[in-house]
Design a protein around this ligand. Structure first.
Ligand SMILES: [Ca+2]
Length: 278
């Protein structure tokens, strides 16, 4: 009887964790979950979008928290299945695209903004990956990070001595680590640092805020580049793990994966305890 109760308790725990994991996955890209300030577990909040919850060919203006710059539909972008790091979709940033997603509540701590970028071999132009510490439709705006891709090089627009070569026709991993307390940012692409220890508040415009305001995927007239698997997460995985273990949704893919890992562990423990009992 006791063992039955134990197994039932384990089953209940597994279901609760699975529910937490499912909610976290379902929350992906929901505009309501754009920052820790708007989530139940503020300390471990995050955001992600893999563009797979939208139909292929979706105009992202005012969808999933995305919009054209200044809330102008002219600057929108569309999901596509021409390339995808996670199937079926990525987002196609080309010509007029100037696609913005705002965040709120990210005003302290250490965060990692990561994603994948695909630059076709036929690519021409100067497409930008931009982060702002302050964004509002019509302004005021303050830029922290402006990185462009041109003629085979990844370049920091605010210090063009900082550059790295890129490879084409494959998915490149990029990662921006932001320490809002220490006012630093590090940018890594394809396993190499473009820069480290650069100021976040004074990274581009200068005189900015300790705040993650928005990402801006700006084609600047260039031909197509694709982005996929965008994610904004706490730099410390411990915070996420605690959040997941309490079986609450944190709106993050990593949280969901940690929950699934926890599930496997509990299932393994159940098997061991059954073996011991028999
Ligand atoms: Ca995808």
């Amino acid at each position: 009887m006791k063992r039955t109760m134990k197994l039932f308790a384990l089953f209940a725990m597994m279901m609760a964790m699975f529910w937490g994991a499912s909610s976290a996955m379902a929350d992906t890209s929901a505009p309501g979950n754009v920052g820790p300030g708007q989530q139940s577990e503020g300390a471990a909040g995050g955001w992600s979008d893999n563009f797979d919850s939208y139909a292929t060919g979706t105009n992202l203006h005012n969808v999933g928290g995305w919009k054209g710059w200044d809330n102008d539909p002219t600057f929108t972008a569309f999901t596509t299945d021409d390339e995808a790091a996670s199937a079926p979709n990525s987002v196609d940033i080309n010509f007029a695209s100037d696609l913005v997603h705002e965040y709120s509540g990210y005003t302290s701590g250490q965060w990692v903004f990561s994603g994948k970028l695909f630059i076709p071999s036929s690519y021409t132009g100067q497409s930008y990956l931009i982060f702002l510490n302050t964004y509002a439709d019509g302004g005021p705006n303050n830029w922290s990070t402006q990185i462009y891709f041109q003629d085979g090089m990844v370049v920091n627009a605010d210090d063009t001595t900082q550059m790295l070569p890129y490879t084409t026709d494959n998915w490149l991993d990029w990662e921006l680590t932001i320490d809002l307390d220490a006012d630093t940012q590090d940018f890594m692409i394809d396993g190499a640092y473009l820069y480290q220890g650069r100021s976040w508040k004074d990274g581009a415009s200068g005189g900015g805020a300790a705040n993650i305001g928005a990402i801006d995927l700006f084609a600047n007239g260039a031909t197509t580049v694709y982005y996929d698997d965008l994610m904004l997460m706490p730099a410390s995985p411990t915070a996420v793990q605690f959040d997941t273990m309490s079986a609450t949704s944190n709106g993050s893919m990593t949280g969901a994966l940690l929950a699934l890992a926890g599930l496997s562990l509990i299932a393994g423990m159940a098997i061991i305890s059954r073996r011991r009992a028999s």
